[in-house]
Design a binder for this molecule. Structure first.
Ligand SMILES: Cc1ncc(COP(=O)(O)O)c(C=O)c1O
Length: 422
């Protein structure tokens, strides 16, 4: 809302309120990165307070798979808003039942039931609770550099000291093993283990892709001792990696699956944990209210998710993710070939691509350069050397070309800046 202010006055007023009422330290970081004030968004683009247009290659860390304000999802949510928004709690919800049925039909066979919440971290909290309650065990195995959220339980399984340390003591019983090493995981998964929790591709860890067959071996290690496998597809789920679920790359199914981010179609927040009938029986048979959420599974959020899955299917976005992801990977690899002194590696699956710099701090400089050129990206929280590209799956080849060319120019300018500093 600019009112009678000039765009710059408006920008300064927003920053001032961030400084006074939200988080001055975050405001400083965001200002340094050249972030403006977001005013509106449509498709693959976000528009700032000056009316500048940015190609959204960050995609809300995987939220905007359908782009911003996809008309089918907007329409479904508007229609639902005219009927009922949140659940009255004393009735069955048609939308929740339809969404749970749809999710069961698109996920591997043993996953039958859904518990709905409002975010990724809540989905992880629920999955951890369900694993503990249904096995009667306490030990949890997670991976180094993983990211599962920042509420106490999820944070306890998040593999980065920087985020964990200030909030200790966290939930006890969690051990960490290196990601991508099945032997190390198998050694830790024992008869006391309730579950192993794992991302099929680490997003915040810097788009880390494990060796083929990794999840198969983790599944086997869990099965040998009766431990459960939680696969966290909050970021990778619903087409991001060129398959509907990233676990399909290894052909593995979990006992518990967490989803959030793109599930709400870029319009509504929604999280979900899916699980087997055996787990639901152990958790809910004696106490059907063993785990609940006031807002979880609202008619509005479920309407958005149902529409989002419909769009994903009708617009063949999983296939698009695969083919356009290859174009992005190829383009960024060509940039790497020109700047092999600065760029260590480019890797990815589908439209989840990471570009790793050889040194720290270069990523931050390149983010600033890219924002200047109208492309929005970010570096990975647990690995700032890695720039993450997670654009909407509706992105076009021309837009990918534009993004790649902006990366090329941004890296060149950063290289010149660094050379001038030496
Ligand atoms: C794999 C994974 N799990 C859980 C979360 C936490 O989700 P949220 O930020 O919605 O709580 C994230 C967020 O980035 C994530 O990438």
């Amino acid at each position: 809302m600019t009112g009678s202010l000039t765009p710059d006055e408006h920008y300064q007023a927003v920053i001032e309120r961030y400084n006074k009422f939200i988080n001055p330290y975050l405001a400083r970081l965001m200002s340094f990165a050249g972030f403006g004030v977001e005013e509106r968004a449509e498709g693959c683009y976000v528009f700032d307070h000056e009316g500048r247009k940015y190609l959204d290659c960050l995609g809300g860390y995987g939220v905007f798979s359908l782009g911003h304000r996809h008309p089918v999802v907007v329409e479904a949510v508007k229609r639902q808003l005219d009927e009922m928004a949140l659940t009255a709690k004393a009735f069955f919800s048609d939308n929740a039942s339809l969404l749970a049925e749809k999710l069961a039909s698109i996920t591997p066979e043993p996953l039958q039931y859904s518990f709905f919440c409002n975010s990724g971290t809540e989905a992880v909290e629920a999955a951890l609770k369900f694993a503990k309650a249904s096995t009667g065990r306490k030990k949890i195995v997670s991976t180094e550099r993983s990211y599962h959220g920042k509420t106490i339980g999820a944070l306890s399984t998040t593999g980065r000291e920087k985020y964990r340390k200030p909030f200790e003591p966290l939930m006890e019983g969690v051990t960490f093993v290196p990601f991508g090493n099945p032997q190390a995981a198998a050694k830790e998964i024992d008869a006391n283990t309730a579950c192993m929790i794992i991302e099929p591709i680490q997003g915040e860890g810097g788009i880390q892709i494990p060796p083929d067959g990794y999840l198969v071996e983790i599944r086997r290690a869990c099965d040998q001792v009766g431990a459960l496998l939680i696969i966290d597809e909050v970021q990778t789920g619903l087409g991001r990696t060129g398959k509907l679920f990233a676990m399909e790359h290894d052909g593995v199914h979990p006992d518990l699956l967490t989803l959030a981010k793109s599930l709400g179609g870029g319009i509504m927040p929604i999280g979900c944990v899916m699980g087997t009938a055996a787990i639901w029986e152990k958790v809910f048979e004696i106490n059907p209210m063993a785990h609940t959420s006031t807002f979880g599974g609202s008619p509005l959020a479920c309407a958005a998710a149902l529409a989002a899955i419909q769009v994903l299917e009708q617009e063949h976005l999983v296939q698009r993710s695969q083919s356009l992801g290859s174009e992005l990977l190829k383009g960024l690899k060509a940039v790497q070939a020109k700047h092999s002194d600065l760029i260590a590696e480019v890797r990815g699956r589908g439209l989840m691509v990471g570009l790793e710099f050889a040194q720290d701090e270069v990523g931050e400089l390149v983010v600033v350069q890219l924002m200047k050129r109208g492309v929005c990206v970010a570096y990975a929280l647990n690995n700032p050397r890695v720039l993450r590209f997670e654009p909407p799956l509706i992105i076009s080849s021309e837009e990918i070309e534009f993004a790649v060319s902006a990366v090329e120019q941004s890296v060149s300018e950063t290289a010149e800046l660094l050379a001038a500093l030496i």
